[in-house]
Design a protein around this ligand. Structure first.
Ligand code: ADP
Ligand code: MG
Length: 253
């Protein structure tokens, strides 16, 4: 498998009022095409910093990020970014929210409209296209936000604690939904979270970061004996707790 994304010895140091803060230090890893990777680490360790560097929103102090061999230099059309808040605009319908990214990039045409329509149909939001975000449940809103992100057809999805604003029950179904969509659309995904079970339930590989200054503490290949389990099925599998205990210890020692 080819690495689509390479993070090469990336460090980020911020100037704070009381001196320098090194958020991440010498972090390297690769993501293969179609892989789902999670990065877990304590709050404030630099997970969001890492994602903004990968998204081209900030420059690292040291190191480089490459997508298909090309250095990331500014915001890339190959990357879709999803945050904790769905950032749907309340005054626009679901359809006009879903097409917002296309509109901003000047990519709204017959083909992209059709693709968005198809995504809404496949993922059961087409009937809600003329509704407003406030008329949808939290889970549906997050799905609408994902469709908006997918509408511009990025190769790589970055998820930053994308489910942490949802209540527990909703989170379980939303992670199942989002996982199914990303796999079906064949997207490469890099997710950061402080929620260990969430990472185990969705990932092919988990990268564990230490507290600040963050370094890569461990990398785990997640392999359940039974392939193709959904996130919910993984949570109910006896092998789940082994991964949980392992990673929990790494984060708490
Ligand atoms: P996480 O997402 O893991 O919770 P962040 O990446 O948001 O952590 O932040 C890591 C550290 O870097 C924190 O100590 C935070 O205060 C600091 N930091 C993040 N962004 C900036 C910035 N723009 N300027 C100064 N310090 C920052
Ligand atoms: Mg964060």
């Amino acid at each position: 498998m080819d690495a689509i994304l390479k993070v090469d010895r990336v460090s980020q140091t911020y100037q704070a009022r009381n001196g320098e803060v090194t958020a991440i230090e010498n972090v390297s890893f690769q993501v293969n095409e179609g892989e789902f990777i999670s990065i877990v680490g304590p709050s404030g360790c630099g997970k969001s910093t890492l994602l903004s560097i990968i998204a081209g929103l900030e420059q690292p102090t040291h190191g480089a990020v490459r997508i298909e061999g090309e250095p990331v230099n500014g915001i890339s059309g190959q990357i879709g970014y999803m945050l904790q808040k769905d950032n749907l605009l309340d005054w626009r319908t679901i359809w006009r929210n879903a097409t917002l990214g296309l509109e901003i990039r000047g990519m709204l045409d017959e083909g992209s409209r059709e693709r968005t329509m198809k995504l809404l149909k496949t993922y059961e939001l087409y009937e809600f296209r003329n509704k407003y975000p406030s008329q949808l449940s939290g889970g549906m809103r997050q799905r609408a936000a994902l469709i908006r992100t997918l509408a511009v057809n990025p190769q790589i999805l970055l998820l930053d604690e994308a489910f942490s604003a949802l209540d527990y029950q909703t989170r379980l179904t939303v992670t199942d939904d989002i996982y199914r969509i990303l796999k079906r659309e064949g997207k490469t995904t890099l997710m950061v979270t402080h929620d260990i079970p969430e990472a185990i339930s969705m990932s092919d590989r988990i990268i564990v970061l230490s507290a600040r200054p963050s370094v890569v503490k461990a990398v785990h290949q997640v392999a359940f004996d039974q392939p193709g389990l959904s996130p919910l099925q993984r949570r109910n599998n006896p092998q789940f707790s082994r991964y949980f205990n392992l990673i929990w210890k790494e984060l708490n020692q």
